[in-house]
Design a protein around this ligand. Structure first.
Ligand code: ZN
Length: 200
């Protein structure tokens, strides 16, 4: 039986490298995968899955209006569907993925953030937490201490940002994984140092 997986983690928890690794594991067995990512993520160009350690490959960029059941059912001999930036999917798209799993019997592995920079669930993550068969956390450490990072701190000009638009695409120059304590009380000296490093 195929299953719908949701692997979530804070920024820089290795989601993209994991997805590339899973794709590779399928492909060495001569099994084809379909790679999807959100058209909203333009950090390395639209339709790219890129990891911080330098590996990247192209993926089909999905828009909010795309019907994923229709898109996936048109593909021939797909062993699995791998989706990066899954938090940006709509609830309707997550429901389409449940049909891919249940009706087409194709496993779907989704990877994304759980909560946004203001600690609200993203729409795709909320639906995945409800509908996924298997949910796994990918761990990473707080940027300020050794505890597990459970939140994403957005920052700008060396200062934490606690309100704004939910979707603001950015990488290490705009977000850092943090524990709850340091989300509320980031080390401003370390944050300023981090900001100046990123400007160099
Ligand atoms: Zn911390």
């Amino acid at each position: 039986m195929a299953q719908l997986f949701f692997r979530y983690g804070a920024m820089a928890s290795g989601k993209s490298i994991e997805i590339l690794k899973v794709a590779h594991n399928y492909e060495v067995q001569q099994r084809q995968v379909l790679l999807l990512t959100s058209a909203l993520d333009n950090r390395s160009g639209v339709g790219e899955i890129a990891s911080r350690i330098g590996m990247q490959r192209s993926a089909r960029a999905i828009q909010a209006a795309d019907d994923l059941f229709e898109l996936i059912s048109k593909q021939k001999s797909i062993a699995a569907v791998l989706i990066d930036e899954a938090q940006f999917m709509t609830k309707a798209q997550v429901l389409q993925l449940t049909r891919v799993v249940d009706e087409l019997n194709i496993p779907v592995l989704t990877f994304g953030l759980k909560n946004d920079a203001f600690n609200q669930l993203f729409p795709g993550s909320e639906a995945l937490l409800i509908y996924a068969d298997k949910i796994e956390e990918m761990k990473t450490l707080c940027s300020f201490c050794g505890r597990k990072a459970v939140m994403n701190l957005r920052f700008s000009n060396g200062q934490p940002v606690y309100e704004g638009e939910q979707v603001q695409i950015g990488g290490d120059e705009a977000y850092m994984p943090v524990c709850r304590k340091h989300y509320n009380q980031p080390d401003l000296v370390a944050l300023a140092r981090r900001t100046s490093i990123n400007k160099e």
